[in-house]
Design a protein around this ligand. Structure first.
Ligand code: AMP
Ligand code: ZN
Length: 467
């Protein structure tokens, strides 16, 4: 089975075929963080899912060209910077830096581009897109000087969310104080400057103001990936109105179908509620690190629940992650010990093939992990019985390396003690002098200090023994 995804747009499982005629490059856009605070682990559920998606596509031979935006201007960032008495840029920089650190802690691969909404070339593009929509009669400036998207001009609005939006399209003009737009559903493309915005403003032909959140993504996505994307992701809360609005704006500007495959992850929940900043029921990554959990354990807990299922976040879940990782580590070490000296890559075993096949099926990670643990159980049994040949152990070690390329769950490299380094150097000298007996004795001494040494083309490699 080739890679398949459950497309939010069609609500069906579809084979994945990128637009690239060579079938190689995948253009992928993921809505990134609003940088007014530390991201919470609910946000990171979305980013870890997108990381798994990218890694699996790469494992299947695709080149993933990925863009993740940073929303560094909106109501929340402006409010936060004023409360902190900082300029917007200085305020958001703190959380941009923190975000990149957190990505590393969770081993999330970097996108090729992390465009920030306030970068001049993107502001320019947002203004140009809004101008285009106004020229086409699809957008209008209202009495409050803001510019709105005229929803009645885009009949497909609501198709992604599968909503009946008739109630959002009243025929007459709404004269309530609250709405200066023509219709309740019309959303802002350009927000006219207001006193509370302080010095945050850009000039435009509609007067000073700033872009709306939705147009930020349309502009950055099309600037870096072109008018047609293969995959666009986010959490389910982004479907409406954000992604609907992105579709409406982008398609009215380019005349092309904006996105072929929409993928949305379900929420990370705490006691039955979505983890969110506004509910105050959130943990940041830093909170959990302070409590002694590692980035790897948190990654495991976020990664191993299928993305379309809600993930109930609990400390017991983190304890389970810790236990599962210990089981994997012990297995990896046993394999390394058994396979020492056989560096040549060998084909994947059938369990490993099943692992990748499960991921082909709409990233069925829980199925994939099931195959990994079957593999661990069976090979541990063979190791216990002394029935695993050295060559088989080497094959399995290679399989693990492939699986781990997608999982990103390898053990942190332990610091190598200086006495071990000295023994390894002595062993290299013994080998150079063809003193095989001396070399073997040194190998044993290294093992007594808790390390296995393996000879590879790049030189000796050390692995800590399970303990
Ligand atoms: P935000 O910074 O609120 O714009 O959110 C950034 C990303 O995190 C978006 O893709 C959201 O859909 C996603 N997100 C926010 N809260 C959660 C949650 N509790 N579970 C999963 N994803 C979330
Ligand atoms: Zn977005």
């Amino acid at each position: 089975m080739a890679v398949h995804f459950q497309n939010t747009y069609s609500r069906s499982l579809e084979p994945f075929i990128p637009l690239d005629p060579a079938g190689k490059t995948v253009r992928m856009y993921t809505c990134g963080p609003t940088v007014y605070n530390y991201a919470h682990i609910g946000n990171f559920r979305a980013y870890v899912f997108e990381d798994l998606l990218q890694r699996h596509l790469e494992a299947r031979g695709y080149d993933v060209l990925r863009v993740m935006n940073l929303t560094d201007v909106d109501d929340k960032t402006i409010r936060g910077s004023r409360a902190a008495g900082k300029r917007l840029h200085d305020f958001t920089q703190i959380y941009k830096d923190a975000f990149f650190q957190d990505l590393d802690t969770l081993r999330i691969k970097r996108a090729q581009h992390f465009p920030a909404a306030t970068e001049p070339q993107y502001i320019e593009r947002m203004i140009a897109m809004i101008g285009d929509l106004v020229a086409k009669g699809i957008a209008y400036q209202a009495e409050d000087r803001s510019v709105y998207f005229r929803l009645s001009k885009f009949p497909d609005y609501g198709k992604l969310a599968h909503l009946n939006l008739d109630e959002l399209r009243p025929s007459g003009r709404i004269s309530s104080d609250e709405y200066e737009k023509e219709s309740v559903g019309d959303f802002a493309l350009w927000k006219a400057w207001d006193e509370v915005d302080g010095d945050v403003k850009w000039e435009s032909s509609w007067g000073p103001g700033r872009p709306g959140w939705h147009i930020e993504c349309s502009a950055m996505a099309t600037a870096l990936l072109g008018p047609e994307l293969d995959i666009h992701c986010g959490g389910v809360d982004n479907i409406f109105p954000h992604h609907e609005a992105e579709i409406a704006q982008s398609e009215c500007c380019t005349g092309k179908k904006f996105v072929r495959t929409w993928l949305h992850c379900a929420h990370l929940m705490v006691e039955g509620q979505k983890m969110s900043k506004s509910l105050g029921n959130f943990y940041t990554l830093r909170d959990l690190l302070e409590k002694g959990w590692t980035g790897r354990e948190i990654r495991y807990a976020l990664l191993t629940v299928n993305y379309r299922l809600p993930l109930n976040f609990t400390i017991a879940g983190l304890e389970g992650a810790r236990a599962s990782l210990a089981r994997i580590d012990e297995w990896v070490t046993r394999l390394a010990e058994r396979s020492a000296g056989l560096p040549e890559p060998t084909p994947l075993t059938s369990h490993a093939e099943k692992f990748f096949a499960a991921l082909d099926d709409d990233l069925n990670i829980s199925g994939a992990m099931g195959h990994l643990f079957d593999l661990i159980r069976e090979s541990n049994r063979a190791l216990d019985d002394g029935a695993l040949a050295t060559a088989q152990a080497a094959t399995l070690s290679q399989s693990w390396a492939r699986l781990n390329g997608v999982l990103g769950l390898e053990r942190e490299a332990a610091a190598i003690p200086p006495e071990v380094t000295t023994l390894v150097e002595a062993r290299q000298q013994a080998r150079a002098a063809r003193d095989w007996k001396g070399s073997d004795e040194l190998r044993d001494s290294i093992a007594r200090l808790g390390w296995t040494v393996k000879d590879t083309k790049e030189g000796p490699k050390l692995t800590p023994l399970a303990g």
